[in-house]
Design a protein around this ligand. Sequence first.
Ligand code: HEM
Length: 216
Amino acid sequence: MNRRKTLFRLLAGITIIFIFYSLVKNYVIDPSAAGFIGHKTGLRRTLNLPVWLNVMYVHVAFACVAMASGLLNFSNRLLEKSRRFHRINGYLYIVSVLIVVLTSGYMAPYATGGRVSSIGFNLLNMIWPFITIMALVQIKKKRMIRHRNWMIRSYAFCFTNMLIHLITTLLHYGIGLDYPLSYTISVYSSIALLLIIPEFVIRTIFRNPREHAIHS
Ligand code: HEM
């Protein structure tokens, strides 16, 4: 139980910092995404920047809502206090995921790194909603543990952007790979890690099959 509490606190800390960072970076420090756009070379389609930026603003806003609502629903204390809140907040999470995926669908063809990156993002656009809907299906069948496990798998994808930038930074600034190539590699390695890490968490920290509690 203690390990779950520790994990929850760690997750809460990372999530709060990343939400704050995403909002400040994309709406205050660099609202024209100049730094990021500068890395887009050899696009096969013309990018309509004002439209792309507006889509990106909606994308980031709902990504932050998904991160916040998802985190709150992992709190056992809140679940015990109000099932109604958990349910409404859960639907808010699902709607946010769908909006992030829809906006991602618009941005994917223009992805940094070209066609290979685009394919990676479109893969994500299918995996994330599928996993999220699985979590909903499980709770509709009153399978608590399976619902929790699918939600752990789904929530991991809230960290896609963070992981992509972390890996890109390591590859580009760390070992000097081209930015677009670093970005493409990071898209695929992030997908792999975001599928593997939750499985590891489910099989270690959430191992007990009869345990219905989540955290705190
Ligand atoms: C939930 C947390 C997420 C946040 C905070 C987030 C944030 C962002 C931001 C700020 C950008 C603009 C470029 C940059 O600075 O990276 C972006 C681009 C993008 N995001 Fe997300 N995102 C998230 C999750 C996702 C997920 C899960 C997907 C796919 C299902 C996705 C797909 C995309 C695509 C396709 C782009 C355009 C990439 C490019 O132009 O190269 N994002 N995201």
